[in-house]
Design a protein around this ligand. Structure first.
Ligand SMILES: Cc1cc2nc3c(=O)[nH]c(=O)nc-3n(C[C@H](O)[C@H](O)[C@H](O)COP(=O)(O)OP(=O)(O)OC[C@H]3O[C@@H](n4cnc5c(N)ncnc54)[C@H](O)[C@@H]3O)c2cc1C
Length: 555
């Protein structure tokens, strides 16, 4: 059964449509995927008066979207699901419910209203200006995207004081890290987004996109605005299988609803915007006969192109350049540390009560107590961003009640690039070159870990899975080896359909007339966790796409 969401009653109305029953008439804009980017672009298109359809393959998530999945201790709450409780973030790794893409991708992510923003930690960091000026194409430099950054701030509440009682919780890890990095290693203590452009030896409290002690983000803000408009519709549990096109001109899309095909048609001058994320948008292009000709015979043999009647459109950059942060968990033990482990079904009673009564306490955030960055500079003038984030508990076999985990990422400027590749079920995932295929990347991350280890007093925090006195080469060998603590996928997918090669400056797919990609695919590797940057990209792309149908200026 497909659900159509079209107006708000008590913040939500779910209008059910019979199986295969498509909304009448054509659409000016069809957006595929209700992740952060798809929600924003659909909101902006409908705000500009375009008749806009947003199609999401997954189902409800937040309570306000109709989500009801919740542990017993939440059952008395109105319009609250597990998604709304920041402190239930990590439970997604043990019990994915119907929120993730486990049947759709060969990777971890959210396939539900909000996409991965409905299951992520909510870390909300503004990318530094250098991410745009150094790595993005003309038209996407910092001066170009600055208005988009302001638009995101204007819509989405965010805070580093997440608990509604304004107290800070689980601070033993923060205190130890601050002593180590600020007092010992000369990092500057900053408000991370107030000084977003400074990513050299900075330390601070994480900023989250929470609102009133609950998960916020695009689904509770932009989407709610869009749902108030008569020219906007959201259909869920509806998976687009291909773009219908004549040559490079899309006429609509074909989707599957409970194994039945449904066609949604575009109006003349209409546009299809793919916002399925950096794995699934390239997949959908390829399933529509647009991509690297080298993949074509494999898709044909698998029957994936049997309904594509139009000639293949060559675009070798579709799916190419895929990025994810290479990450390493470093486990620490310290006599001052008090670990905190979140519990889905049986939280500590007082902590559950704090959240239920006043949206306060440990369950008002996802477990990260501090983040820090540095820049590794190279002799050729290039640079690599490196990031650390400290969690409230240990991991793997290091889970005494005095352990915490430091998650180290390599970020912007890394040189390794992968590709979106298919497994035997034709689900998209990452090729092995995505991580550490360029040896400079491992060297940079090892340099970072070595530099902070040099400033660490083992009586404050003792690393457990890698010795404090390791050489840089030993650290490099460790982080590139396969263990439970190294080479894991962070699932910060981006850069698989880059501006200037896969899409043009207007995010229009090269070789097509009216097909766009607007999501993590068009964003270059960022210095920070990607959601904020993807939202900026969606704002910027919306402006550019809306200008495409305007008559040219006379002056
Ligand atoms: C566990 C986890 C934790 C994370 N933590 C953070 C964090 O704290 N901070 C941060 O900044 N980033 C974080 N991220 C990354 C961040 O959530 C993503 O980068 C971001 O959500 C990507 O946005 P997107 O719009 O590109 O696509 P997505 O969020 O992937 O959304 C795409 C949507 O499109 C839908 N879709 C795809 N294909 C189709 C189709 N063919 N038909 C219909 N619908 C389709 C999917 O179901 C999905 O809902 C995290 C990610 C994960 C997985």
């Amino acid at each position: 059964m497909a659900f159509v969401l079209k107006s708000l009653i008590l913040g939500l109305a779910l209008n059910t449509v019979a199986q295969g029953d498509a909304p009448q008439g054509g659409w000016d804009i069809i957006v595929v995927g209700a992740g952060p980017a798809g929600i924003i672009v659909a909101d902006r298109m409908s705000e500009a008066g375009k008749k806009t359809l947003l199609i999401e393959g997954g189902g409800p998530s937040y309570g306000i979207t109709g989500g009801t999945d919740a542990p017993d201790w939440l059952k008395g709450e109105q319009n609250v699901s597990r998604v709304d409780v920041p402190g239930l973030y990590k439970s997604i790794f043990a019990d994915q419910g119907k929120l993730t893409c486990q049947n759709e991708t060969n990777a971890f992510g959210g396939c539900t209203i909000g996409g991965s923003s409905a299951i992520n930690a909510g870390l909300f960091f503004q990318p530094p200006a250098s991410d745009y000026d150094l790595y993005h194409a003309e038209g996407w430099k910092y001066k170009d995207v600055k208005p988009s950054i302001d638009k995101v701030y204007a819509k989405v509440p965010n805070t580093d004081i997440y608990s509604e009682d304004k107290k800070l919780y689980l601070q033993s890890g923060y205190d130890a890290a601050r002593k180590w990095l600020v007092d010992g290693a000369n990092y500057t203590n900053v408000n991370i987004n107030d000084q977003a452009n400074n990513k050299e030896k900075v330390f601070g409290r994480p900023i989250f996109d929470y609102d009133n002690g609950q998960r916020g983000g695009p689904a509770t803000t932009y989407l709610q605005d869009a749902l108030k408009r008569n020219n906007f519709k959201l259909v869920i549990n509806t998976r687009v299988k291909r773009i219908d096109r004549t040559g490079g001109l899309a006429n609509g899309v074909t989707a599957t609803v409970n194994s039945t095909d449904v066609t949604y048609k575009l109006n003349p001058n209409g546009r299809v915007i793919l916002s399925g994320g950096a794995l699934q948008s390239p997949q959908l292009l390829m399933f529509s006969g647009i991509g690297d000709p080298a993949i074509r015979s494999n898709l044909t043999a698998g029957g994936m192109l049997k309904d594509v009647t139009q000639p293949w459109i060559n675009n070798t950059a579709v799916g190419d350049g895929l990025f994810d942060n290479p990450n390493t968990f470093i486990e620490f033990e310290g006599s001052t540390i008090e670990s905190y482990v979140y519990n889905y079904t049986d939280p500590i009673e007082a902590d559950a009560k704090l959240w239920l009564d006043s949206r306060s306490g440990p369950y008002s955030f996802a477990s990260e107590t501090s983040s820090f960055w540095d820049i590794i500079k190279h002799s050729d003038g290039s640079q690599t961003g490196v990031q650390g984030t400290i969690d409230s508990a240990g991991f793997g076999t290091y889970t005494s009640n005095q352990t915490i985990t430091l998650n180290i990422y390599g970020t912007s400027g890394l040189k390794s690039r992968g590709k979106v590749v298919f497994n035997e079920k034709f689900q998209p995932g990452a090729s092995p070159e995505t991580y550490y295929s360029d040896p400079r990347d491992a060297d940079d991350i090892a340099t970072f870990i070595f530099s902070i280890f040099q400033k660490l007093d083992a009586s404050l925090l003792k690393p457990l899975n890698i010795p404090l006195n390791s050489t840089k080469n030993e650290i490099r060998d460790y982080i590139t080896s396969s263990t439970d603590y190294t080479r894991g996928q962070v699932n910060h997918w981006s850069s698989s359909c880059r501006i200037g090669s896969c899409v043009d400056v207007n995010a229009q797919v090269v070789g097509t007339n009216n097909i766009h990609v607007v999501d993590g695919s068009i964003v270059e590797p960022l210095t920070v966790n990607p959601q904020f940057g993807i939202m900026i990209a969606a704002e910027r792309a919306s402006e550019l796409i809306l200008k495409l149908n305007e008559p040219p200026c006379e002056d």
